[in-house]
Design a protein around this ligand. Structure first.
Ligand SMILES: Nc1ncnc2c1ncn2[C@@H]1O[C@H](COP(=O)(O)OP(=O)(O)OP(=O)(O)O)[C@@H](O)[C@H]1O
Ligand SMILES: [Mg+2]
Length: 276
């Protein structure tokens, strides 16, 4: 069952519902570069990223600090503009879009989960979950809220406020909120960074389940090999470009690959330093 399939679209979606995206990869980057500043002091955060992530897949992005993970996620999610190259989301070219068009696209077609949960404390759990629909001017559907809250195991918490929930429960609300619009892609930036191991596993299980049973597409940046092991594949960034990939790796294999990458990049850094 696919999140955006016509079968799952119901009358309650209303006439303002955004039409399903065109076929093709969920996320596609071609020749993406991102440079901060100009001249001698400029930083090349992304030096040429090419990738296509199929729909219904779970991808983890790892890499040493400063390798460009956050920059990649921001560019891929239309939160930042590449200096060069193109980004397509759900078959739509976003590169030439203005701020308004990007905002509409993000609200209707993308879901976000952040390390810090980012729930609004004055709203109930249900209101938080329905917030993306409210912001997009779409009908706020209590039945849809109940459905996604049930999917994350919080059917009985709809009337609570975030402050009355544990950290893990709050992040499950954030996952429900990310799924409520049946987005083309869910972008997660260190979603388990603030959680203990057991709670982290619950949240990762939900993302995994969203991919396997709802056909969602998830792209997750993480430092944690155990978290990355929940993904279908891990992509490794080094110095602004994807240097390596691993399919269905165990946490141990992923950690070993990371360690290898870290020695390679620190050696390259030391050589560059010696040459300067
Ligand atoms: N706004 C900015 N202005 C200038 N340089 C920046 C800016 N944002 C990031 N950078 C630089 O771009 C490079 C990539 O940064 P980025 O934040 O994408 O790395 P990261 O892999 O997410 O690191 P971390 O694991 O520490 O979060 C770094 O050298 C960083 O210093
Ligand atoms: Mg970062």
């Amino acid at each position: 069952m696919r999140l955006r399939s016509n079968k799952r679209r119901t009358a309650e979606d209303g006439p303002e519902a955004v039409p399903a995206a065109a076929p093709g990869p969920a996320v596609e980057l071609r020749g993406v570069r991102r440079q901060y500043g100009r001249g001698a002091g400029s930083v090349h955060a992304l030096t040429g990223v090419d990738l296509a992530l199929p729909r219904g897949t779970f991808t983890a992005v790892m890499g040493p600090s400063g390798s460009g993970k956050s920059t990649f996620l921001q560019c891929a999610a239309g939160l930042d503009r590449p200096s060069a190259g193109s980004v397509r989301l759900g078959g739509t070219e976003i590169t030439g879009m203005n701020e308004n068009e990007l905002t509409v696209l993000r609200r209707n077609r993308l879901g976000f989960v952040f390390q810090a949960f980012n729930l609004l404390p004055s709203l109930t759990v249900e209101q938080n979950v329905l917030l993306p629909m409210r912001l997009a001017g779409r009908r706020q559907d209590s039945r849809r809220a109940a459905e996604v809250l049930a999917q994350v195991g919080l059917a009985d918490k709809a009337r609570r406020r975030p402050g009355e929930l544990s950290g893990g429960q709050q992040q499950r609300v954030a996952v429900a909120r990310a799924l409520v619009t049946r987005p083309d892609v869910v972008f997660a930036d260190e979603p388990t960074g603030a959680l203990d191991t057991g709670t982290a596993a619950e949240v990762l299980g939900l993302l995994r389940n969203a991919v396997d049973t709802l056909g969602a597409t998830v792209v997750m940046v993480t430092h944690d090999p155990a978290a990355a092991a929940w993904a279908d594949r891990v992509l490794f960034l080094a110095d602004g470009a994807f240097a390596d990939g691993l399919e269905r790796g165990t946490a141990e294999q992923i950690a070993a690959r990371m360690a290898m990458l870290a020695t390679r990049t620190s050696r390259a850094g030391a050589m560059a330093g010696a040459a300067a």
